[in-house]
Structure formats: C-alpha cells, structure tokens
Design a protein around this ligand. Structure first.
Ligand SMILES: *Cc1c(COP(=O)(O)O)cnc(C)c1O
Length: 427
C-alpha cells in the first residue's frame, strides 16, 4: 500500500485489517477467545503496566473487535477508538472520563428518545446532570455553560426529524467553553458526515444502525479526534491528567499524548465498566461496513424520491427531510453532509392521530419497529409508541406531534416503497 491517505470506499473495506499473520486468512478471523497467552512473565508485566500494547483479556481488547475499532476510527478520521456493547454504552463510556458527581453536560433537545431517557434518568443516579438546549441557538448554548460543564452533546443528523446540526457553530461554543464536543453520528454515518473535520472532539456511533446495516447486532463505537488538550485546563479533567491510582500513578495525557483518551477508554473504561463488544458482533459489523457507502447512497437516493413524492401528495402536510429545497435545513445540509441528508425524517398526515394509526397498520413493505438504519424501510408513529407517555406539548417540543410519523427509508426499489406508502395513506 502507498503512504497517501486512502479514499473512503477503500478504507471501508481495508482499514484496520490485514491478512491474518498466523494463517494468512484474508478476512478478519473471529478471535473467539477470552484470554491471550503471555510470552513470559516480563511480557505480562509490561502489558499490565501499559508499557506495551497487546492482548490480555477480551473485556479490554480483542483482535476482531480492535480491527473494527480501527476501521471506524479511520472512517471518522480520528486517532483512536474503542467499540462498546451498544450505542447507549458508547454514550456512557464517552462521558465517563470527563464527568464526576456535580458536573453537567449540555445536550441538544433534538436527540434519540432513548438518549433523552439515559441523560435524564440514569445520569441523575451518577450525580451528573443534563441541560437540554435548542442546538440551533448559539446564545442559549453559550448561556448554558458554567464551571461544572464538561461536554456538549448533539447528533449530526437528528432523530426523528432529520434536522441538521451546525457542528462548526457548536464546536465554536465548546472551544470557547473549554469543553469537548461529542457528536452522535449514528443517523448520518461517517460516510455522510465527518464531525471531526467539522470541529468535534469525540464521535460516537450506534453501530447497530447503518454501520452494520442489516439489523442483526447491537454495538457502539467512540472515536477520539486526538485534538483536545486535556491539560490546558488544570484540574478540569483529572481522569486524563492526574495520577491514576489503579496504574501506579500514571498520568494518561502526559504519557500517551493524543492517545490519552483512547488508552483511558480501554485501560479504565472497558476494564472497569465492562461494556464490551463481543467478537462475533464485531465480525457482523465489519461485514456490514464493507458496503456502507453503497448502501448510504441508495438510502439517500430513496429518501429523496420518497420525500419529494410525499411533499407533492395532498394527503400529506409537512415533510421534514432536509434534502428538500423547502426545508429550512437545506443549505446547512449541503455544508454539513454534502453527500446527502440521510434517510430518516418525519411527515404529517392530514387525517391526524387516527389517520397515522390507520396508516401504520395498513403498511405492508414497511416494518413497524423502534429501530432505524436497517436495509429495510421502517416506520414508527412516535405519539402512539415511543413518546406516548408525553403530553401533546412535550410531543411537539420533541418534534413528534400526534399527526407525524417517522420513516427510516431502506434500500429497496423506491417504486415499491412509494407504492406501499400510497396504498397505506388511503387506509
Ligand atoms: C439507536 C441509537 C442510539 C442508541 O444505540 P443502541 O445501539 O440502540 O444502544 C443512540 N443514538 C442514536 C441516534 C440512535 O439512533
């Protein structure tokens, strides 16, 4: 291979993997082994002291899982990354080195429903808190920062509305506040959006969705840009800058420089929290990623065709797809995700809540599930399912008013997708 950087389509097939040194196997073997034999006691000691990188035990590192982490790191343009058991685990793991009781994060109001629950209910038990702010409102973001803020968190393409976040603007706020910007890139995937190039410090993905692409396994990944200077703010990020008692007083940032966050995520995060991806799951995701760009291009092409068709239909009200010229996010989409505005959006059915329920029941090709980013087209009516506990006002604030349904457009033939929507709108 040459030394010039490889292009995305090449990296999605090759990055992080080489023929197996032991057997020559061309595909990454599934290293279904819990433990790895030390060469001798000295080797074991060096591994345990983090003086040498190698495999000890699969809760921390495993060759198949590492291959996947390295591939996703390459696709996101970071310096290091780790995989986790789910996207939600990636969120906890990403924030864990930054947080402590009493500290807060600032998060977008437009987030995956499960993330809102995690950030409000679970964080409370850790003594962490979340300030939800309109991610388009720069002044409100700045005003929400205080001395206990340790991160800003947003999604690149937001769920459920498919709105586009102005990542460079949010990165400016994060820089001014001296805190990392964490971007959940799940709905875009690294093919459509590259948050690190736009100023993000850390990128997380639920690999459950587009990266695997076929609805088979749950997984997550965290990628570090390596750009944040953890030592620039003394005492602010002690996990990364102060002596670590569990490693004989080692200071991660001083010792590992730009790889500090990644080493901490493995040596402390995975070791102690244990939110580990299994090698079989990593294998499925490695297979999925090989076709990521091909699938995303088709997802986007189909989403565009479906959104245009819906927009022209008299039974339909608003269509929130940012790829439509009528969207207030159209110009921003061209800047943030120039290859396409993803394939998740909501639309309004004029016959209201009951019409939405009839529509969802009448669909045949679409699957009614609480998932997205599958090769199959998926639908959900948030007001009667995921958001049914909320008041109507809360539903509207979350972008899921009672007369809206969310679509995740698959890679089928768009004519069949549209035909199914057409017959179901008569339902
Ligand atoms: C699904 C999803 C998550 C959570 O990922 P899991 O793998 O289900 O834990 C987080 N963020 C977004 C945007 C998602 O779509």
């Amino acid at each position: 291979m040459t030394d010039s950087p490889l292009h995305f389509d090449t990296m999605q097939v090759h990055a992080g993997t080489a023929p197996d040194t032991a057997t020559g196997a061309r595909q990454v073997p599934i290293y279904q082994s819990t433990a790895f034999v030390f060469k001798d006691a000295e080797h074991a000691a060096r591994l345990f002291n983090l003086q040498e990188v190698g495999y000890i035990y699969s809760r921390l590192t495993n060759p198949t899982v590492m291959a996947l982490a390295n591939r996703i790191t390459a696709l996101e343009g970071g310096v290091g990354g780790v995989c986790t058991s789910s996207g939600h685990a990636a969120q906890i793991m990403a924030l864990y080195p930054l947080m402590a009781p009493g500290r807060n994060i600032i998060a977008s109001t437009r987030l995956y429903g499960g993330t809102v629950t995690q950030f409000t209910q679970v964080f409370k038990r850790f003594g962490w808190s979340t300030r939800f702010v309109d991610i388009d409102d720069e002044a409100a973001l700045r005003a929400a920062v205080d001395e206990d803020t340790r991160a800003i968190f947003c999604e690149s393409i937001t769920n459920p509305g498919g709105h586009i976040t102005d990542i460079p603007m949010v990165a400016r706020v994060a820089n001014a506040a001296g805190v990392p910007l964490v971007v959940d890139n799940t709905s875009a995937s690294p093919y459509l959006c590259r948050p690190i190039e736009l100023g993000a410090t850390l990128v997380i993905n639920s690999t459950t969705k587009y990266l695997t692409g076929n609805g088979t396994v749950t997984g997550g990944a965290i990628v570090d840009s390596g750009k944040f200077d953890w030592s620039a703010h003394p005492g602010k990020f002690p996990s990364l800058t102060e002596p670590e008692p569990a490693y004989h007083g080692l200071r991660f940032h001083e010792t590992f420089g730009p790889m500090a966050y990644t080493f901490h995520s493995i040596a402390i995060g995975l070791r102690d929290l244990g939110m580990t991806m299994n090698p079989q799951g990593a294998h499925y995701t490695l297979m999925g990623i090989e076709t990521l760009s091909l699938r995303m291009d088709k997802h986007v092409k189909n989403a565009m065709a479906v959104a245009r068709w819906l927009e022209a239909d008299p039974r339909v009200g608003e269509v929130t797809y940012a790829g439509l010229e009528s969207s207030p996010y159209f110009a921003r989409a061209a800047r943030i995700c120039p290859k396409g505005a993803g394939a998740i959006f909501t639309f309004q059915i004029k016959s209201g809540y009951d019409g939405c329920v009839r529509f969802v029941n009448a669909l045949k090709l679409f699957s009614h599930v609480a998932n997205l980013g599958d090769a199959r087209s998926l639908v959900i009516h948030p007001a009667s399912t995921t958001h049914r506990q909320l008041t109507e006002d809360q539903q509207r604030a979350a972008g899921v008013a009672p007369d809206y349904v969310r679509l995740s457009i698959g890679i089928e033939d768009s004519r069949d997708i549209i035909a199914d929507l057409d017959q179901a709108l008569n339902g």
